[in-house]
Design a protein around this ligand. Structure first.
Ligand code: NAD
Length: 443
């Protein structure tokens, strides 16, 4: 099938590449000329395991191309995927300007029937707005060409995006058109072979499904963080509690890890946007508000623990930080807990020596050159001359540590572990003060 994808970010690039990989003809369009020229050279602007070779293979096979020309993309694809960003607006609702700009572009350039597919995460009712923007652009040209709009939210996780796209639990499509259903079946047929993964439903339900999924996952995280904070005050160990509750199949082990708050480009903005949507229909979504509030507080927990360790005297201290990305296997630092911590440390006059296996370029891009930020080549270099170590991201390469070495390196032997990577006894036996999340009094 001939497919156009608008937006070559995490979702658009992965969608385009995976669809090309199963034999479709794909063109990816982005307004970011620099990104497109890098992609044309086979350079991947994001870190996503396995993506680079897949992009190159499909480019060489002639099934995947990149362009900045919207007309070329619109006329090429029967299916038009909108995969542009939907950041939070000032009031927390989803900003639809990029989505609607693409809809307008499609209306301006289409020369035949098109299926317009909302892959971006968009609030309930957006498909109607996309349809209206498109109709308006067509009307301006005096055109009566036909089109359909459907919802096809994406559930991939950064860091496992290819696997999620190709082997995900479900493919949700919201449409009331049989024609669209048949075309979407054809598009996803290669991913729907072993068992039926395609779920067809009405557009509004599909749009809400995406927000409900992210809000549910964010709720699990905030719930565990709430219990972890309680465990800390009650002298219980949240890791034991986690094992205890996870063993119940009604609860399960997934997504119940306590930590220093969720980040990334999706959970924070999607929980907020859903709460805004609720407000717009006069429903006070109290649980969503609490999930958000608990998360905001949890992002301050590392700083609070450091303050406790240093009796509030953080000025002039050098803090080593392992992990900048909001989670492992990505270079994405959007809403990352590391940022909340670094910014709080800088505000009190402390310095940061940070390391991350993938996100250092992104950190440089975000913060530029600063006297109070050193990006270290290795986790060892980050610790050199530091007063304390904080772990923000649970990269595998941080899991095994020689605590005797750390004790020698750190001026004040303190570890604040935002991901509960270590056994408290092992750290304490090495003579290091260890603050974890929800692990008894010393937390
Ligand atoms: P991103 O910011 O990485 O990429 C968006 C891309 O769209 C950018 O390259 C930008 O230049 C491009 N763009 C903006 N306006 C454009 C236009 N008019 N025409 C063509 N391209 C344009 O975003 P992302 O992380 O890929 O997310 C995209 C959408 O998917 C969002 O709605 C997000 O909520 C949703 N989503 C993201 C993830 C994730 O893990 N990142 C997962 C599921 C769903």
């Amino acid at each position: 099938m001939k497919i156009a994808i608008f937006g070559t970010g995490y979702v658009g690039l992965v969608t385009g590449t995976c669809l090309a990989d199963v034999g479709h003809d794909v063109i990816c369009m982005d307004v970011d000329a620099d990104k497109v020229s890098r992609l044309k050279r086979g350079e991947i602007p994001i870190y996503e395991p396995g993506l680079e070779s897949m992009v190159r293979d499909n480019m060489h096979a002639g099934r995947l191309r990149f362009t900045t020309d919207p007309a070329e993309a619109v006329t090429f694809g029967l299916l038009q995927f909108i995969a542009v960003g939907t950041p939070a607006d000032e009031d927390g609702s989803a900003d639809l300007q990029y989505v609607l700009a693409v809809a307008k572009t499609i209306g301006e350039h289409m020369d035949d029937y098109k299926v317009v597919i909302d892959k971006s995460t968009v609030p309930v009712g957006t498909a109607d707005k996309v349809g209206a923007a498109l109709s308006q652009a067509l009307a301006k040209r005096g055109s009566q060409l036909e089109f359909d709009v459907c919802s096809n939210p994406e559930f991939l996780k950064e860091g496992a995006a290819i696997d999620d796209f190709t082997r995900g639990a479900r493919i949700v499509v919201g449409t009331d058109s049989e024609r669209v259903e048949a075309l979407m079946r054809e598009c996803y047929a290669p991913y729907n072979r072993n068992h039926e993964k395609l779920m067809f439903m009405d557009v509004r339900s599909a749009e809400l499904t995406k927000y409900a999924a992210n809000a549910m996952l964010a709720t699990k995280i905030s719930f565990m963080n709430e219990i972890a904070n309680l465990a800390e005050r009650l002298g219980a160990d949240i890791e034991e509690v986690r094992r205890g509750i996870g063993s119940d199949p009604r609860i399960g082990y997934h997504f119940i890890y306590p930590g220093c708050g969720y980040g990334g480009s999706c959970f924070p903005k999607d929980v907020q946007a859903l709460a805004r949507t609720a407000g717009q229909v006069g429903y006070p979504a109290e649980l969503l508000g609490a999930v958000e509030a608990v998360n905001r507080r949890q992002k301050t927990t590392l700083f609070t623990k450091l303050q406790r360790a240093f009796d509030g005297e953080l000025k002039g201290k050098t803090i080593a930080l392992w992990g900048l990305a909001f989670k492992p296997d990505t270079d994405d630092m959007r809403e990352a807990p590391s940022r909340a911590l670094m910014e709080a440390l800088w505000a009190v006059g402390a310095k940061v020596q940070a390391h991350d296996p993938e996100a250092m370029d992104e950190c440089r891009r975000l913060y530029g050159q600063r006297n109070d930020l050193t990006l270290a080549d290795s986790r060892e270099a980050a610790v050199e001359g530091a007063d304390a170590l904080v772990i923000c991201t649970e990269w595998k390469s941080y899991r095994t540590v020689d605590f005797a070495w750390l004790k020698r390196e750190l001026a004040t032997p303190v570890i604040v572990d935002g991901r509960n990577l270590f056994e408290p006894d092992a750290v304490k036996q090495a003579g290091i003060l260890y603050f974890a999340v929800g692990r008894g009094e010393s937390s």
